[in-house]
Write a protein that binds this ligand. Structure first.
Ligand code: AQP
Length: 337
């Protein structure tokens, strides 16, 4: 089984990215053929600095490797190194409804926040995301809850393509969304009604994987809690519910087990326990990151090797896609570029 997921090249991966996505990537290496992509083409849909973009790609690769991705067991690569992603985006745009792209939550939120240019690339972001996955005929996509809308568009693009061009075959695999049971939506510590986010979050409410241990402890001990004093999940207790979810994810237990353990504890004691657990959880990742990040040549070699393997897989899909759509010369399998 092929498992695909993409992650933005920002050096600042937060606890939501880590629990909601990265931990799942690492676990999926046990279940199937993992293909993980640093999506630099997605990053250019909003303002960016070219020199920074390359550096942040290395940061992200080092975080993923530090978390436990093993280049011997999975394919880790940079999106812009595999040209099939952009080609398939264009082809899929022919079976994607414009109005639906304009209504996507992420497009509306991000275009609203743009002061200068709302690029056409921002509108096409979900089509590129669909191409990322469909190019590999992956059957599973481990991502957080916030990606549900994009996953549905991707599934519909595959279904429409197959209905229009498949002649009864599943040319493009309709993938399944895999959301973690615990930690699918980690919330901002200062505003627990909003998801923890790289661009939209509060500095004190966002725990970064590479934060110093002291900073992590401070942010968690300073997390907003709710009225009342009981450590339990409830709709009117988003702050405490979020901390329960975080501790459960970090310890790999059910949230109910956390509630039982802290049934007679106060908020202060509970927050100190969450802070300690998250510090211990992220400290070894940070240490490994610092070692890996120091060797850019080695990181580049891993990404290049991953791109070569990814290119082979995507190329095979594209031969079939082009043929089905009547594109290119007939009966000529283009050699790998
Ligand atoms: N708060 C979250 N809880 C659980 N999972 C989350 N993800 C993002 N936020 C949370 C998941 O992280 C994966 C990688 O995300 P990304 O780095 O590619 O960026 P993103 O999805 O745009 O989310 P960010 O990092 O927080 O950025 P912005 O500022 O755009 O909101 C994805 O699988 C996502 O589901």
């Amino acid at each position: 089984m092929r498992i695909f997921s993409g992650i933005q090249p920002t050096g600042q991966k937060h606890l939501g990215n880590y629990i909601g996505a990265i931990v799942q990537y690492v676990a999926s290496q046990e279940r199937g053929e993992g293909i993980f992509c640093i999506v630099d083409l997605h990053a250019i849909t909003v303002p960016f600095d070219p020199a920074e973009l390359r550096e942040r790609g290395y940061d992200t690769a080092a975080i993923l490797l530090a978390a436990g991705l093993d280049p011997e067991r999975c394919t880790l690569f940079r999106q812009s190194d595999v040209p099939e992603h952009t080609e398939l985006t264009w082809l899929l745009s022919s079976v994607t409804e414009l109005g639906r792209l304009q209504r996507m939550h992420q497009f509306r939120d991000k275009s609203f926040g743009q002061r200068e240019l709302v690029s056409a690339a921002l509108l096409l972001y979900p089509v590129l995301q669909a191409a990322d996955v469909l190019a590999y005929r992956a059957s599973e996509v481990p991502v957080g809850e916030d990606q549900r809308e994009h996953l549905e568009l991707m599934r519909d693009a595959a279904r429409r393509f197959n209905a229009r061009f498949g002649d009864g075959d599943e040319v493009l695999v309709v993938p399944e969304h895999r959301i973690p049971q615990v930690g699918a939506r980690i919330m901002d510590l200062q505003d627990p009604t909003r998801k923890m986010s790289t661009t939209g979050g509060s500095p004190q409410g966002t725990v970064f994987v590479l934060d110093e241990p002291a900073a992590i402890g401070k942010k968690l001990r300073g997390a907003v809690t709710d009225s009342g004093s009981e450590v339990c999940r409830a709709p009117e207790k988003p702050g405490v519910s979020n901390l329960i979810e975080i501790l459960a994810a970090v310890r790999g237990v059910e949230p109910a087990a956390v509630e039982a353990e802290f049934a007679s504890a106060g908020y202060g004691e509970f927050k100190a326990a969450v802070a300690g657990a998250v510090v211990d959880y992220l400290a070894p990742v940070r240490e490994r990151y610092l070692q890996l990040r120091a060797d850019e040549t080695a990181l580049e070699a891993i990404l290049e090797d991953g791109a070569r393997r990814a290119h082979e897989m995507a190329h095979a899909t594209m031969l079939d896609v082009r043929k089905r759509m009547g594109l290119g010369a007939p009966r000529r399998d283009r050699a790998l570029r």
